[in-house]
Design a protein around this ligand. Sequence first.
Ligand code: SF4
Ligand code: SF4
Length: 248
Amino acid sequence: MHATASRKQQHIGDPLSPQPVLDRARLEAIFNDIQADARYDHELNGCLNCGICTATCPAAQYYDFSPREIVQLLWTENLEGIYDAMQEKIWACAQCYTCAARCPFRNSPGSLIMIMREVAIKHGLQSAKDVLRPFSRVMLKLISTGNQLSPDMITADHFADWGPNISKIDAPLKLLRQAIPMPTLNTMQTAWEVNLKTSIELYTIWEMTGVLKQLEIIDENLFDVITDIMDEKREDYEDWRESQDGNE
Ligand code: SF4
Ligand code: SF4
C-alpha cells in the first residue's frame, strides 16, 4: 500500500520572497480560533465588499486600515492575509461600532476585530504584546484594585499630552478628596475604595473568565506581580474571616 501523500502545502508564502514563509498549521490554528468564537457566525453574515463600513469608520480616516478589507479577509478565509492584518491593522479600530450600524449585511466588523484581537493575545503575537505594554500600569491597577485610574496616577509625567492643562491637577488633591462626603471616595490610591470581599470576588472573575491566563501570555512579569497581590489580599481576607469567627 502506498502512503497517502498530501498535496496541501505546509507553508504559505512565496518561497522566492525575502519574507519568511508562514507555517500553515499555525495560520490554520489562529483562524480556527477566530471561527470557533461564539460571536463569529452572528457577526459575519456575508460581505458585498461595498465599503460602507470603511466610508463611515473614523479609524480609516487616520490609519492605513479598512474594516471592509478585514471582513473580506475573513469571508474569503485568506489565512495569510488574516495573519498579516493581526500584526498591526486590527489594533487601529476604535471599537465605536459605527460599522455595525451601517452594514447592509448586519455584519459587525468591530466585533470581528475584537475576536481577532483576543485570538492575537491567546496566540501571544508580538503585536498584542507591543500594543498592550504601555497599559501595564492601568492593567495592574484595574486587576488588583478594580479601579482603572486613581488620583495618584494623574501626574505631569504620565499625561504629557495634556500640555498646559496639566497645571489644573496641580491642586491639593488629597485634601480635596477627603472633603468628598462619600467615604469610599476619600482615597488617592484608588478612584474609590473597593472592599476586600469585592476584590476577592473580582479576582475569581478574572481567573474564571481567562483574563489572567491571557495576561500571563502577554506579560509574565505583570502576571507575577498581580498574582502576588491577589495572594496577599486573599490571605488578608481569610485572616479577617477568622477574626470574625473568633468574635462570635
Ligand atoms: S468599530 Fe472599528 S472598524 Fe467599526 S467603525 Fe468603529 S473604528 Fe471602524
Ligand atoms: S458594509 Fe458590510 S457588506 Fe459592505 S464591505 Fe463592510 S462588511 Fe462588507
